[in-house]
Write a protein that binds this ligand. Structure first.
Ligand code: NAD
Length: 397
């Protein structure tokens, strides 16, 4: 990994020696009433080929087996060329809520859209210089229990940032003009996290024989049909997708709440909450998976350039744009979903999971590093994996 990602000695030391990368002083500047820091494991998923480029993918996650499962899925996907992923430009949507707008409000806003965009773009020299920034103004009326409201929306190309702050600044900056044009009162002025103008689509073909043969391919498709048609299953299915998505998002310093909120809304776009992935067979009987997500991520801004580990993880990934990062994150989500479905449709999750779970239990029971393997071995052999048993075995050592 050191050579693949060209990591310096200093970066390696940060990974190995710092307990999570930030000091208390850093934390104290990030949040209010800080009392400490909280670290999670960082691992690397291997074997990923995405749009013909090889990646080592950093994942921050506390759940055992996710990193191994992603790597295994990527290994199988590689046989048929890896993941093919496309991403939209990074358009963010800013919303301005207008109350008591007059009847000519929408036409006035349309007539003044150039002026509105000019004020919005005055908020970011960086984006303006890059030829990015606010591009369109649109209006929608919504009916509510408190009466009709006008929602003015800015479509903003935020380049390589998540773009939350710049979007919010632009919404606030244009609101005096919006009030003047509509004779109304603006209330909320904030980005929408439902980032449907930043869609990412991933596709991969999984070789029939490597998946385990025709019957397992068929069972995976049946498992997907369950998730596509039952909300109780769909939520768990999509949680598996998020295991991959959020682990990479965390490693690279993204706003994971924004990603999850958007993904869940998208899963329910038909009016019914469904699977985010789709699974089918190609003509040769190979398994084909797709994942489509609204995904708002950045390689600049937020904590991305502040958190030393997030910086190193972005370097390990070698991504040069927010779009490329979005492609990697979506591929990780699809890979993770494949592995979960394959395990569920064959031996069940627990076989792979429980050994790793047993390690956590042994550790929770107080076992030292050199005692853990033996306690795990005994619990697995006895098929009795529990905290009580781990404690008993520890007492016997
Ligand atoms: P940011 O405020 O740090 O802005 C990024 C800035 O980087 C841009 O404004 C631009 O000036 C500069 N920049 C340099 N090179 C760029 C490039 N190539 N492309 C684009 N910009 C470039 O970060 P942000 O992305 O605006 O905001 C992200 C943070 O905002 C996250 O921490 C998030 O949690 C937080 N936030 C989220 C919400 C929400 O999701 N509802 C609301 C408020 C804040």
């Amino acid at each position: 990994m050191k050579n693949f990602a060209n990591l310096s000695q200093e970066e390696l030391e940060i990974l190995e020696n710092s307990s999570g990368g930030i000091t208390f002083d850093n934390a104290d500047k990030m949040v209010e009433n800080a009392i400490g820091t909280f670290s999670l494991p960082l691992g690397i998923a291997t074997n990923f080929k995405i749009n013909d480029k090889d990646y080592l993918i950093p994942m921050v996650i506390e759940e055992p087996s996710v990193i191994a499962a992603s790597s295994k899925a990527a290994k199988i996907a590689r046989i048929k060329g890896g993941f093919a992923v496309t991403a939209d430009e990074s358009y963010s949507i800013g919303q301005i809520q207008v109350l008591n707008a007059n009847s000519s409000a929408i036409s006035k806003i349309k007539e003044s859209s150039k002026e509105i965009l000019k004020i919005a773009n005055s908020q970011s020299n960086t984006l303006s210089k890059m030829g990015k920034g606010a591009k369109e103004v649109s209006c929608r009326e919504i009916q509510t229990d408190s009466g009709q409201m006008l929602i003015v929306e800015l479509l903003i190309d935020v380049g390589d940032a998540m773009g939350a702050n710049v979007t919010n600044s632009m919404c606030e900056a244009v609101s005096p003009l919006i009030e003047k044009l509509t004779q109304g009162k603006t209330l909320l002025r904030i980005l929408s996290n439902y980032s449907t103008r930043r869609m990412v689509s991933a596709r991969a073909v999984f070789d029939k024989e490597e998946v385990g043969g025709e019957e397992i391919v068929n069972n995976i498709i049946l498992a997907y049909q369950f998730a596509a048609n039952d909300v109780y299953r769909a939520v768990t299915h999509n949680k598996g997708v998020m295991n991959g998505v959020i682990a990479v998002a965390n490693a690279t310093g993204q706003d994971s709440r924004a990603i999850e909120a958007a993904a869940n809304a998208y899963a329910a776009r038909s009016g019914k909450y469904r699977s985010l992935t789709e699974w089918s067979k190609d003509q040769e009987g190979n398994l084909v998976g797709t994942l489509e997500l609204p995904l708002s991520v950045g390689i600049v801004g937020g904590i991305i350039n502040v958190h030393p580990i997030a910086k190193i993880c972005t370097k390990i990934l070698g991504v040069s744009s927010a779009k490329e990062l979005a492609c990697v994150i979506t591929a990780a989500g699809l890979a993770q979903n494949f592995s979960a479905l394959r395990a569920l449709a064959t031996e069940g999750l627990q076989k792979g999971h429980m050994k790793l779970h047993a390690q956590n239990l042994a550790s929770a029971a107080g076992a030292k590093k050199e005692q853990i393997d033996e306690i795990v071995r005994k619990m697995v052999q006895e098929n009795n994996i529990s905290l009580n048993r781990a404690k008993e075995l520890l007492d016997q050592t």
